[in-house]
Design a protein around this ligand. Structure first.
Ligand code: AR6
Length: 178
């Protein structure tokens, strides 16, 4: 499913693997504060990019919740990886603001690096326990509110790992454009 935001920016949702988005300039990592390998998305990205990736990320670590930093994308088809630390649900508060900051800061730093297309996983919805529907609402409403500040980004893709997460995102997006 694809919708048009302002200024000819497309917001897409796709089922898939964040490490297999060769047509995107940048992908986003659902990172940990130390910017090291881990489970889920961080494990998948670092298992391809390390050790070169960890050498780069270690220069920025530790990062704060809601922060985004950018590195190259060793051994991957993309130009950049934007690493974001999402909130742990029920612990880092206010969760919605902190999760929104991830999307906002990721988009702004990628735009500064002249990224035209960027793919996000559903940050915080795995090990960090954020309910998928709530996280999707925060993600899409933040993307909508930041869109007018973007000069280079034309495609924003949300990549969902499971059928269920895809369907939840589809429903949230449909409600948002009603
Ligand atoms: N591609 C796309 N989505 C994926 C993939 C993949 N390859 N693998 C998992 N997902 P998570 P978090 C989905 O746990 O909640 C790590 O250990 C997954 O189903 O990766 O922000 C880090 O080191 C879920 O919907 O990120 C941190 O410590 C979403 O991506 C911590 O987990 C996010 O799941 C970060 O937790």
């Amino acid at each position: 499913m694809t919708i048009s935001l302002i200024d000819k920016i497309n917001l897409e949702i796709r089922k898939g693997d964040i490490t297999k988005q060769p047509d995107c300039d940048s992908i986003v990592n659902a990172a940990n504060a130390q910017l090291k390998s881990g489970g889920g998305v961080a494990g998948a990205i670092h298992s391809i990019g390390d050790p070169e990736l960890e050498i780069e990320t270690s220069k920025f670590a530790p990062i704060k919740t809601g922060e985004a930093v950018i590195t190259s994308a060793p051994k991957m088809p993309n130009r950049y990886i934007v690493h974001c630390l999402g909130p742990v649900y029920g612990k880092d508060k206010p969760e919605d603001m902190l999760l929104g900051n991830c999307y906002k800061n990721a988009l702004l730093i990628a735009d500064k690096y002249e990224v035209k297309s960027i793919a996000f996983p559903a940050i915080s919805t795995g090990i960090f326990g954020y309910p998928v529907d709530e996280a999707a609402r925060v993600a899409f409403s933040t993307i909508q509110s930041v869109a007018h500040k973007l000069t280079n980004i034309k495609t924003i893709r949300s990549v969902l790992w499971s059928d269920e997460d895809y369907k939840t995102h589809e429903k949230v997006l449909e409600d948002l454009v009603k």
